[in-house]
Design a binder for this molecule. Structure first.
Ligand code: PMP
Ligand code: GLN
Length: 389
């Protein structure tokens, strides 16, 4: 048998799938893969269901249904004060995952360099490599996760095609400051590069902190592609409805990938997301406030148990150092396995978010769960730690 593509076959099954399966096998509380355990707004789901029955159910336009693109243009004005042309600057995709692949396959030429910031989301490197680019990695490190702009510049060169920026950032739960974003913008101009901005957690930012989209900085409209996800904004992660906002010259090559990859996205889900995006500020405020309360409760609980808990400014995730628990000489992968089997709580090993030389003492907990589940998880972890002492 001839061999399959060596880049993709070199990767195992993603850590999210592996840990969700392990959690299920052991009836463990799954705080690994990032998904809420309560579905998003009922009226949004009802509209999706009604549209399946009443139609349309045939191929929608390749760029997305007009209602959704128009609603996304209004969203850009409302949240970022940006004037966006819904016909030439917005495209709907089957999830942010497809949007990322569209951008990377559409823009990268083999041999280009791509700058990425570790810890990074697990689909980035395989796609960057499959597109033929050379990854240039920079790190942010806890507890501050601050971006060292000098180190970042060292990763740039004349060959840099783009930076892939996740803001708010999974799993660091970091929200980039204006100063950091200005530093990135200056490098994009200096090296004539683009930015693919993965902003799926744009509405999940806490403590009145403001999410700033790189696209809104001076000169960045022509250099940035902004990716969003209805999965996160409406707590419906299985829907896989994503969207890209970019200047027409940047969106055009990306649409070429989309037309050959998925071409389109289920029309009922697009119509329902359009309706959801029209919700009032109370919806968007409550989404962040509810999550913030869960973050506070869960972070406090983890601290009381003895974890060293990193600050979480946004996203669904808290990173915690388990060394103070004295679990013995084990790495993060083993810690996640033991917590699943012995505590009945499943986190994700943070080393999965690094290409190499990963720190081995952090685990990531997903806290977008019902309060009684978070409480039960904390009790289980407390009992587990007490038993091992
Ligand atoms: N980017 C990041 C940083 C993520 O955490 C996720 C996880 N869902 C995605 C992209 C993928 O989003 P979607 O489910 O819309 O494909
Ligand atoms: N984004 C989710 C996370 O970080 C996982 C998505 C997936 O399972 N592919 O947990």
């Amino acid at each position: 048998m001839k061999s399959a593509n060596s880049i993709l076959s070199g990767y195992g099954t993603t850590v999210f799938e592996v840990m969700s399966r392990l959690a299920m096998e052991h009836q463990s509380i799954n705080l690994g893969q990032g998904f809420p355990d309560e579905d998003g707004p009922e009226d949004v789901r009802e509209l999706a269901a009604k549209t399946v029955i009443e139609g349309p159910n045939q191929y929608p336009p390749m760029m997305g249904v007009p209602e959704l693109r128009q609603e996304l243009a209004r969203h850009a004005k409302r949240f970022y004060d940006m004037d966006v042309d819904w016909q030439t600057e917005i495209m709907v995709t089957s999830g942010a995952t497809e949007a990322l692949a569209d951008c990377l396959f559409g823009l990268i030429e083999p041999g280009d360099e791509v700058v990425l910031i570790e810890p990074l989301y697990d689909s980035y490197l395989p796609i960057v490599r499959r597109a033929g680019a050379i990854p240039k990695l920079v790190r942010v490190t806890p507890p501050s996760w601050e971006l060292d702009l000098e180190a970042l510049e060292e990763a740039f060169s004349e060959k840099t095609k783009l930076i892939l920026l996740n803001n708010p950032m999974n799993p660091a739960a970091k929200v980039f400051s204006r100063n950091e974003l200005e530093g990135i913008a200056a490098l994009l101009e200096k090296y004539d590069a683009y930015a693919v901005c993965d902003e799926v957690y744009e509405h999940l930012v806490f403590d009145q902190e403001q999410h700033i989209s790189l696209l809104t900085l001076p000169g960045m409209r022509e250099r940035c592609l902004k990716i969003g996800s209805a999965g996160k904004t409406f707590s419906l992660t299985g829907w896989k409805v994503g969207y890209i906002t970019a200047a027409p010259e940047l969106l055009a090559p990306v649409a070429k990938t989309h037309q050959f990859l998925t071409f389109t996205t289920p029309p009922n889900l697009q119509k329902a997301v359009a309706f959801g995006l029209g919700k009032g500020d109370d919806y968007f405020d409550a989404l962040a406030q509810d999550l913030q309360a869960k973050r506070d409760f869960f972070a406090r609980g983890l601290k009381d148990i003895g974890f060293e808990v990193m600050h979480c400014a946004g996203t669904y995730f808290i990173t915690a150092d388990f060394r103070p628990l004295n679990l013995g000489d084990i790495d993060d992968v083993e810690a996640c396995r033991i917590m699943t089997l012995e505590a009945g709580v499943t986190p994700i090993s943070v080393s999965a978010f690094y290409a190499s030389d990963a720190p081995r003492h952090y685990v990531r907990f997903c806290f977008c769960k019902q309060d009684h589940i978070l409480e039960e998880a904390l009790q289980r972890l407390a009992r587990f730690v007490a038993k091992r002492r």
